[in-house]
Design a protein around this ligand. Sequence first.
Ligand code: G6P
Ligand code: MG
Length: 219
Amino acid sequence: MKYKGIIFDLDGVLCSTDRFHYQAWQQTAREAKAPFDETVNQRLRGVSRMESLEIILEKSPLTFTQPEKERLAEEKNERYRRLLQQMTPADMPAGVREALRALRAAGLKLAVGSSSKNAGFILKQLDAEQYFDAVCDGTRITRSKPHPEVFVKAAGMLGLPAEDCLVVEDAPAGLEAARAAGMDCAGVGDARWPFAPAYRLPDVTALPAALLGGEGARR
Ligand code: G6P
Ligand code: MG
C-alpha cells in the first residue's frame, strides 16, 4: 500500500452542502446586485468564505467597504448555519460510511482537510466524528486552498510525511493544494480538473476498491 493516511475534503466529498451554500450566497448576490448562477457557485468550491465573497462581488456594480464585506459574509454564514441545522446522519450516505470503515480497517489513518470553519459542526450533524483521527479545518489555517496549508497541517496532525498521504477532493482548488503539499490526489465527481489527478473516481465509495484492490478504479 502506497499510503498510510487519507485526507478527505468535506464539502462535496463526504457530504453535499452545495445547495445550502448556494441558497445562502444567493441572497448576498441579490443584495450586491451581482449575477449568481451555478458557474459562479462552482468557483466557490474549496475557497474560503471571504474569498468566495470577493468572487461574487467581482460582477457587482456596487462597492463595499471592508466592514460591509465582513457583515455580508457574516450574514451569509448565519443563513448557512440555519440551513445546516437540517442536516442529519442520513445526509452522509451509507456507502460513504462503509468506505471510511473499510479504509480504517485496512490500517489507514483518516483526516478531514477542509477550508470550512463549519466543518466541526457539519461532522457533528452527520455523526461522523468517529471516523477521523484528525480534523484540520478553516479555523486552523490562515490561507485557504489552493494554498497547501490545510493538507500540510492535517498530515502533521496524523504524524505522517506528505508522501504517505492521499488527498480526496472534488474541487480544482483542492487538487492544486494537494500538489503544492506534495501529495497525490483522488479526484471525485465531475469537476474540470486543471491537470490529471492520480485517481479519478465517481465518488468516495469507489476509494477502497481503488486503493485496496478490486474493481472500480480508473488510473
Ligand atoms: C468549503 C466549501 C467552500 C466554502 C468553504 C468555507 O471549502 O467548498 O465553498 O466557501 O468551505 O466554508 P465556511 O463554512 O467556512 O463558510
Ligand atoms: Mg469540496
